[in-house]
Design a protein around this ligand. Sequence first.
Ligand SMILES: CC(C)(COP(=O)(O)OP(=O)(O)OC[C@H]1O[C@@H](n2cnc3c(N)ncnc32)[C@H](O)[C@@H]1OP(=O)(O)O)[C@@H](O)C(=O)NCCC(=O)NCCSC(=O)/C=C1/CC=CC=CO1
Length: 272
Amino acid sequence: MSETAADPGSAYETIRVARDGAVAIVELHRPDSLNAISLDMGRELLAALRAIAADRDVGAVVLTGAGRGFSSGADLRDVSGATTQTGRPDVAGRLRDTLNPITLTLREMPQPVVAAVNGVAAGIGCAYALACDVVIAARSASLLLAFVNVALVPDGGASLLVSARGGLGRGLEMALLGEKVSAEQALAYGLVNRIEDDERLLESALDVARGLAAGPPETHAAIKRLLNEPYLEPLRRQLELEADAQAARVESDEAVEAISAFLQKRAPRFRG
Ligand SMILES: CC(C)(COP(=O)(O)OP(=O)(O)OC[C@H]1O[C@@H](n2cnc3c(N)ncnc32)[C@H](O)[C@@H]1OP(=O)(O)O)[C@@H](O)C(=O)NCCC(=O)NCCSC(=O)/C=C1/CC=CC=CO1
């Protein structure tokens, strides 16, 4: 495995990009926070995915996380610092400019993307895992629509992607209850495609990606275009709706309290 010349891993601080032949491996790399997605990470991830999408030498991509998590979702410390000139959080801008284009790039890039979900995939991290074409979860991994736990709404496409894979009932259950869904449950719900023993996860994802990379690239691109077609416009619309809804939520008393409570490691107090 080598760092790619077209997309030098050393240029990034919050992600790692490596190459295994024609497979690009993108690793979210902020393990201390379970790969919480800061604005810097969002920008780097988007830049890396766009560079890979344009690289005809790359036939498939693996997206994974460093350490014991895939991603804990948006960095909640960073969200409280996302300000506009008025001093209020510019969450809609962040979603529209950076975080939503990541979801769309995963769906629209010509190469198949394999998610290797190595631990918890929470919040927008769950959206990114489910935006990949093939989702392989480690036996110990879990999916978590954590948004409601910090009084936020699903974003990054999660309000469509979970229901598209698992049905509206699962989408509602996960979004409203904010409970972890184990890898076994996620497989039974149709949210992930395969489960692999933890120690075999990356190799298994790489095997799938290598097989894809040896296949016909233009056909893969055409298949992605065709299978995306019924979902792309609804996904774009949903991403817009989510951005507006999240911008309103993040300023609410409920979210201010719930995010503070998470960061202070205490239970939120919503009334009284
Ligand atoms: C369930 C968890 C993901 C994992 O729990 P656990 O294994 O017990 O690990 P912890 O001890 O809780 O976490 C380890 C350390 O990581 C820090 N951390 C975890 N998540 C975040 C985060 N999202 N942001 C910042 N830091 C995080 C945690 O504080 C620990 O640090 P210390 O060791 O220093 O104490 C659990 O961690 C969890 O529920 N996390 C929060 C999930 C969440 O709410 N995610 C954000 C949802 S919102 C979103 O994804 C998207 C957006 C987009 C844009 C704008 C606005 C909002 O949302």
